[in-house]
Structure formats: C-alpha cells, structure tokens
Design a protein around this ligand. Structure first.
Ligand SMILES: Nc1ncnc2c1ncn2[C@@H]1O[C@H](COP(=O)(O)OP(=O)(O)OP(=O)(O)O)[C@@H](O)[C@H]1O
Ligand SMILES: [Mg+2]
Length: 420
C-alpha cells in the first residue's frame, strides 16, 4: 500500500453504507486517511472540530441535504476554505451545476469508479496544498515588503531631514562668519575710542557742565567696562553657533554611495552636540553626564553620515532609558550617565561602546531589539526603527557587528564594531 504524504484526513459524508464502503476502500487502497459522517449536521460538527483536507459530500441525505451542508460549511470561517467534492448521480446535471455554484470544487459521479475517485481526490489535495503554500508565500513576501517599505520611508525621511539640516548648517555659516569676523575690529575701534576719551579727560580735566552732566547720565565708566564684557559674550556666542553649524554640516555628510576616510570621534562629537538639549536636566531628571573615553583611532573608511545616524539612535535610546529609570523611581541615588568608549581591538576592529545606567533590557526582549517596528515605547514616542536601521548600517553596510549587553535596572551597553 502506498503511503500518502499529507498528514490531514478526508471526510466522507454519505448515508448509504454501500457508497461509504466503496469510497473507504478506494481511499484506503491509496493510503489516504479518512473519517466518515452519515449526515450533514455531524459532518459540520466534525469539520469544525478537526478541519479535514477535503470533504466528499453526498447530495441526498436525511436531515439537511448536501447543498445545505455545503452552504453552512462555506459560511463558517473555520471551514470555508476546505475544498468540497460532491458525489452525485452521473445524469444529474442540475445538481452538478448547483453544487459548483455553492462553492464545490468538483463532483464525482455515481456509481463510483475507483480510479476516478483516487485521481480527483489527489488532484484536489494537491491544489489545496499549492494554494496554501502560495498564500503563505504571498503573506511572507508582503511582510518582507512592508518591512522594507517602512525602512525606505524612514531612510527617505532621514535623508530629506539630513539635507535640510545640512542646508541650515550651511546657511547659518555665512552670517555667523560675518558677525564673528567683525567682532575683532569692533573691539579695536572701541578700545581706540576709549583711549581717546581718556586722552580728552587728561587734556581737558575741566569739561563744561553740559559734558559733566552727560557723562554722569550715561555712567560712562560703567558703560566702558560693560562694553568689553558684551563684546566678549558676543564672541563666545558666535563661536558656539559656529560649532553648531559645523556639527550640523558634519553630521549630515551625504556619503550614501561611497565610503570616505572619516574621524569617528568627530562624528560622535557632532552627534553629541546635536543631542545636547536632551542631556540637560529635565523635570525630575538631573543633567545626564556624558563621559568620553576616546582611545586613539585611525581615520576609518566608512559612510560617516550613516554612522552618525547609528550613534544618534543609540544615544537617543540611552537618554530614553535613563528617563524611564527615573520615571520608575529606580535611580534615586545615581547620577544618570552615558559612557562612550572607543578603541581598536586585537582583530584591528574599531570598537565603540555606548553605555547607559538606565532601565536596562529584560532578557526575553533582547533578541527582538533589532526587529523593525519592535518598540516598548508609547505610540508616538517610538517607532521601533532606530535599532533596526542601526543594525542594517553596521552589519549590512559596514560588515560590522552590533551587540548588546544589558542587565535590567542596571543599564545597557551597545557595542559597535566595524573593520578599519
Ligand atoms: N539603551 C537602552 N536601554 C533600554 N532599552 C533599550 C535601549 N535601547 C533600546 N531599547 C529597547 O529597544 C526598543 C527598540 O529600540 P529602537 O531604537 O529600535 O526603537 P524605539 O527607540 O522604540 O523607537 P525609535 O524608532 O523612535 O528609535 C526600545 O523600544 C527599547 O525597549
Ligand atoms: Mg530608538
């Protein structure tokens, strides 16, 4: 006896013992597994309990007939996808047509010819399996496409945002140069005017009453002193704006197509500069201390704009993790900290560790971190793409490694390794 491969069974529904025994024998001879029901109601109950691969359904039965049974099976989501083959008398064209219109896939004429029963059953089992595997493939592909689409949209967003930021960085650059390059001559002029005033005072120690009053009204000594301070703060301020503008431009270096030699420390610093506002004290949370332990790194050929995105995502998560620890009251005696350490390891890989002392990650969630759309953050706060994108950039684009160590309530360390 040949053993048929499918694991399911065929449900035969017929009230006539002779028909049943012919069908059973035919199926049995080919190694098909089958069960039997002698009326429509019990067939439906059985099919709901254990879905058969295929149903051979007699039309004329006591109680509800085959058509009604078929209708009910097709109306029930649990049983609607099970193929139904009617068994009907050869001459009965009307029944055949009605059967098809109710959703049957085929009919087998009575009296049964064993070969025909086997062939039709086999064809429909195969069709069902093919359909199922196609459906599975379509669903797998759809999921993969959705993931890819989400990533593309996000990257597109980042790159548009990146261009915008780079543009702003560039636009700020001109006016700020304009301001800072004029501060120095202004300081010179003011020093010269101050000297001239002092000279006047020396040469004309007794000014007119009008001038004396004006000097007093103005509080000349205070103004002269304060002017120097104002100029110094202008200089400091413009220096800071210039740094920010440089960071913005560095952060967004568009290098999607080719790797370039880059200074990863500069990348980290630009990213820190851009994230600065997030480290500041915020509600119940004190300022986050950022501790840098930079080793000596060579310039690395990489997509530095993308690497900055990785730093950005991991650092932003670190801030969120610290915030969450404070919110949950798990950090009362600790200063929130983010440690950034870099080194070159014995395999000549560049290693960047970014560690926080925030909420940590439970063991069971660790393997899901890099899945697109996996997030434990409230809707609107996290999209769950940060680490998926970071993973793709480090592992796929740079052939590197992205690892995580974490202990719940203690903190988390992300380790990025890329080849030199
Ligand atoms: N440093 C960390 N400490 C604790 N949990 C973390 C840390 N980094 C990531 N996680 C966990 O991993 C999840 C996925 O992070 P991921 O950056 O991919 O998405 P997200 O931060 O939720 O959303 P977004 O797309 O805005 O980045 C987070 O929701 C969080 O649960
Ligand atoms: Mg994130």
């Amino acid at each position: 006896m040949k053993k048929n491969q499918n694991n399911g069974f065929i449900l035969i529904v017929d009230d006539n013992p002779t028909n049943l025994s012919v069908l059973c024998e035919a199926l049995n001879s080919e190694g098909f597994r089958f069960r039997v029901a002698v009326d429509g109601e019990s067939a439906i109950a059985q099919a709901e309990r254990n879905q058969p691969e295929l149903i051979l359904l007699d039309v004329q039965m006591p109680g509800i007939d085959g058509f009604e049974t078929c209708c009910r099976l097709k109306a029930n989501p649990i049983t609607q996808n099970i193929p139904i083959i009617f068994t009907t008398a050869l001459a009965d064209t009307e029944s055949k047509t009605k059967g098809f219109s109710l959703g049957a896939v085929d009919y087998i004429p009575k009296p049964f010819a064993q070969e025909e029963v086997i062939s039709r059953v086999r064809v429909h089992l195969q069709l069902k399996q093919l359909t199922e595997s196609l459906e599975q493939q379509v669903s797998d592909r759809t999921k993969a496409l959705q993931k890819a689409q989400v990533k593309l949209v996000q990257q597109e967003k980042l790159s548009t945002l990146g261009e915008l930021i780079a543009g702003i960085g560039h636009e700020i650059n001109n006016p700020i140069n304009f301001i800072s390059s004029n501060i120095s001559p202004l300081q010179g002029y003011i020093a010269a005017i101050t000297e001239l005033l002092l000279l006047y005072e020396q040469e004309y120690p007794n000014p007119t009453a009008k001038i004396t009053t004006a000097i007093e009204d103005l509080d000349l000594n205070f103004v002269l002193e304060d002017m120097g301070k104002i100029l110094n703060s202008l200089q400091l301020g413009s220096e800071r704006i210039r740094n920010i503008s440089n960071s913005l431009r560095n952060f967004c270096r568009s290098d999607r197509d080719t790797k370039i030699s880059a200074d990863l420390h500069q990348g980290l610093d630009s990213t820190l500069m851009i994230l600065q506002h997030r480290f500041k004290a915020n509600g119940a949370r004190p300022r986050i201390e950022v501790i840098k332990n930079y080793g000596v790194l060579p310039e690395v050929k990489c997509y530095i704009g993308l690497m900055n995105q990785v730093f950005m995502n991991i650092l932003a998560n670190a801030v969120d993790a610290v915030d969450e620890a404070i919110t949950q009251g798990k950090m009362s005696n600790l200063i929130p900290q983010i440690n950034i350490a870099t080194e070159i390891d014995f395999e000549e890989l560049i290693v960047i560790r970014i560690a926080d002392n925030g909420i940590g990650i439970p063991e069971r969630l660790k393997k899901r971190l890099f899945e697109p759309l996996f997030s434990t953050k409230p809707v609107g706060k996290g999209t769950g793409l940060g680490l998926a994108i970071a993973y793709e950039i480090v592992v796929e684009k740079h052939e590197g490694v992205l690892d995580v160590n974490s202990q719940p309530d203690m903190g988390t360390e992300f380790i990025i390794k890329i080849p030199t």
